[in-house]
Design a protein around this ligand. Sequence first.
Ligand SMILES: Cc1ncc(COP(=O)(O)O)c(C=O)c1O
Length: 444
Amino acid sequence: MAAACAAPSRANVDLDEAIAEAEARYCAAHPQSRAIFERNLEVMPGGNTRTVLFYHPFPLVIARGQGARLVDVDGHEYVDWLGEYSAGLYGHSHPVIVEAIRSALAEGIALGGPNRFEGALAAELCRRFPSLQLVRFCSSGTEANLFAISAARRYTGRPAVMVFEGAYHGGVFLFRRGEDAINAPFPWIVAPFNDREGTMALLEAHARELAAVIVEPVQGSAGAIAAEPSFLQALREACTRLGICLIFDEVMTSRASVGGMQARLGIVPDLTTLGKYLGGGLGLAAFGGKAPIMAQFDPRRPRAVPHAGTFNNAVLAMAAGLAGLTRVATAEALEALFARGEQLKARINARAAARRVAFCCTGSGSILALHCCRGPIRSERDLPPDAEREKLQRLLHFDLLERGHYIARRGYFTLALAHSEADEEALVEALDEFFALRRPFLAR
Ligand SMILES: Cc1ncc(COP(=O)(O)O)c(C=O)c1O
């Protein structure tokens, strides 16, 4: 794998030089990706249509994927650890998913009426997730959060929403440090993540304005930072007491068990949002929860809340999602995946400790991230400043790509059902090489 890439050769004396050297090798190895990027620059701002897929000097263009493997347009093969930011739970072209899509496809693509999959998928979700009494579908996680928040505002008659530092709930819900956000204009109360006292004080102070508290049980985009169970439990108790809707954004974490992170923790939110792998890799998301909140959307009711969306019941995505949930992402499969993710994290951290480098792997279950700094990381406040951090993360990214491991530049990665033990072993060894080679920078 990635045999075409040479191993780093120069001594590690200066970080900028090491990065420049790694970048030069990256450019030399990926002329086709670069050519496509340069053509795209003429018609798309930054040659890009999804910000998270851009990184300097240009991103790899992916030609195809199979199982846990990706191949770029220059012919390099990678273990796909990005897993489409967790939407790739099943791996690429899982036979069950492909068959479900083929068989639905034979009956048409967009039918313009209720289809035979939506009720079955809704029933499966309500069966699995403790908080789901009623559920509705939409096309993306962003949309699911938009509707969940709007439902809570309408239900409570209050305007404001509490969100946490470092949170990411979609393209118009960015709360990461230094982000120049184009957020939906709700009255936001931004609270400190995993800081029980600080959050409780804000909750009490704003109780009368707050419609909802929305939280990721594991902050994915901030760097796979898990919410502490006692923090989530405190949110649950305070929301119940103050009449505020608690929304768990389980767009990423729903894979933590058959009933998501909420079942694993034994904490039942009022509303839950889902997405990513829900459509088997096709675009599909959902929001749902307590019957009285969701019943607002019942179109038979006077003053029902409308919920539009051309692709809300997209046939192919629903067929793929239903097959994936019922035949592949079983309770046993998700339980085993969670345990494997925890073990992988522990192995990486043990290697970093043995090499005495400032490095840590964070996350929960199969949602993980690699950080070129010491742990523990309880919130984005524990991460080094972005400018400092970006350089080492860039070096890590180049070094792992060169060794055939595809992760996000910011270090995010996932374990998918398609990964083998050999893949895990290869990642641990590649990281061990990184620790040895880049020790002068990681020891600081
Ligand atoms: C926790 C969380 N919520 C919401 C979203 C938005 O989902 P989508 O990209 O489908 O709009 C994401 C996407 O990464 C996410 O990680």
